[in-house]
Design a protein around this ligand. Structure first.
Ligand code: NI
Length: 498
């Protein structure tokens, strides 16, 4: 044995002795319970932590709560595209105000960022979903995707809680008892630090959080656990990591929640079925129109097609009433998620002889999606239309913002779809004015024209009776896009009758 080997053996023996001694000391401390420095939080994997990072929970499918109404708005000015599809609860006064306050705040931030962006390019997309429907309680998540200057954008989510029976509306931070908010924030940050350290912003000095930060998007799991979704704009999350969801175990959640919040958690845990919402007002006002004569020949008659984009919305039922009154047919370019939320409106429109055409599931600029994303937008929308109408979806589609390129048209060709654009733009979303919308529709009219309007604006619906009357006085027959175009070619673009 060399000198070096002897030294190594001595070292190993010494190490074993030290470890044995240390083990004996720890054992003795545990037996006598005398450890003063024992960690307060369980650090070993055998004891489950109170909070941990989990996958973001899914939302409920659109249409799973009856009586919700879409409020849709869409504007585009140059490179600034904005689209919002939120949910309204007409039977709960005050819900709209709370929701709008949240949205206005985010829109202000977006507009400020846009003003600072060198190229003035941006998009602002809002979508609402139901996350909880249990007993009288509804949890609605509003997801905002804001992108400025061609950047990757930021996703912000907030959840709003409604007791539809009392009725009352609160935001997520108010689910947590005030003195407990600091404790919850600490629990959440510690969980991300431990489970997903790369997602956490480390600042020196450490980040300070205001009352609501980190607690804007709370949910409940089936077993009574509290889920905290920390968004990219909270200041705590590295944006590229995306929102992070922290699950707080039921026992820990229990001591953080207010009495109201505990009732919601209990209703979710008990899997209570949702109390139905009252039908929206004005539901009875609409009646089926008289059956129309078939067989319009647009090669002979002065045909024109009115098209209504982005709905169905809270105004669509009234529009259907106006069209029935005027015995006029039109084409509805529906957003899939809105159709899935208000299937009864889509069904009525189809039964009344209007044409239903898909306008994508979530209203993206299709040129920004990959091929699979484009197909997904189209197929989900078709499924929603087929479910609502019981009829196969149309061979047409309308691209949001009229945005297509050769690649998008290639994907449409593969999906058997032609793109329907327009050649008369009422700019109703910009003017929001009955007289101006009417003037643009009537003065722009020509035989074979496709007129662009949106059934998400009250002023547009108000303008429709006058537009129909004046177009008829000028000798026009109002037809659907199918009647106007006849057979179409997949992958082709149509701005008017060929
Ligand atoms: Ni649109």
């Amino acid at each position: 044995m060399s000198r070096r080997q002897r030294q190594m053996r001595a070292l190993v023996i010494l190490l074993v002795v030290v470890l044995l001694l240390a083990g004996a000391v720890v054992l003795a401390q545990q037996l006598t319970g005398s450890t003063e420095e024992a960690a307060p939080a369980p650090a070993s994997p055998s004891a489950a932590p109170e909070a941990s990072v989990v996958e973001q929970p899914p939302v409920l499918p659109p249409g799973s709560v009856e009586g919700l109404v879409n409020a849709v708005s869409s504007t585009a000015s140059g490179d600034d595209q904005r689209y919002a599809s939120t949910l309204e609860i007409p039977s709960v006064p005050g819900f709209g105000e709370v929701e709008r306050a949240v949205l206005d705040q985010q829109l202000d931030a977006y507009e400020q960022a846009l003003a600072d962006a060198p190229d003035g390019r941006g998009s602002f997309d809002v979508a609402s979903d139901v996350v909880v429907a249990a007993g009288p309680y509804l949890g609605l998540r509003t997801e905002i995707f804001a992108s400025v200057g061609g950047g990757n954008g930021i996703v912000t989510t907030t959840t709003t809680w409604v007791d539809t029976q009392r009725p009352s509306v609160i935001l997520s931070p108010d689910l947590i008892a005030d003195p407990q908010r600091d404790a919850l924030r600490a629990l959440v940050l510690a969980a991300i630090e431990r489970d997903r350290p790369e997602a956490l912003v480390r600042a020196d000095p450490p980040l300070q959080f205001a009352d609501d930060d980190l607690l804007l998007d709370l949910r409940f799991a089936d077993d009574g656990a509290l889920l905290v979704v920390v968004g990219e704009d909270s200041g705590a999350i590295v944006s590229a990591a995306g929102p992070q969801t922290v699950r707080v175990e039921p026992a820990a959640a229990e001591r953080l929640l207010t009495a109201d919040a505990r009732r919601i958690a209990a209703a979710v845990a008990a899997d209570e079925s949702a109390v139905p919402l009252p039908a929206p007002e004005g539901d009875d006002a609409w009646k089926l129109p008289e059956q129309r004569a078939e067989g319009v020949d647009c090669s002979v008659e002065r045909c024109i097609a009115l098209t209504f984009d982005d709905g169905p919305s809270q105004y669509t039922d009234r529009l259907l009433g106006e069209l029935a009154e005027a015995d006029a047919r039109a084409t509805f370019m529906v957003v899939g998620r809105n159709a899935a939320t208000q299937p009864a409106t889509v069904e009525r429109a189809a039964e009344a002889g209007h044409q239903i055409v898909g306008h994508t599931w979530s209203h993206p600029d299709l040129t920004t999606l990959d091929d699979a994303g484009i197909l997904d937008e189209i197929e989900r929308t078709d499924a929603a239309i087929e479910a609502a109408t019981g009829e196969p979806a149309s061979a047409l589609m309308r691209p949001p913002y009229g945005a297509v390129d050769d690649r998008v048209l290639g994907v449409l060709a593969g999906a058997g779809k032609a793109a329907v654009l327009w050649n008369v733009d009422t700019e109703d979303w910009r003017n929001r004015d009955v007289a101006e919308t009417t003037r643009r529709a009537v003065e722009g009219a020509k035989p074979g024209a496709i007129v662009l309007m949106h059934d998400i604006h009250e002023s547009t619906v108000d303008a429709v009776p006058g537009i129909v009357e004046q177009l008829r006085a000028a000798g026009y027959t109002l037809v659907t896009v199918d009647e106007l175009l006849g057979a179409t070619t997949p992958g082709a673009e149509y701005f008017h009758r060929p």
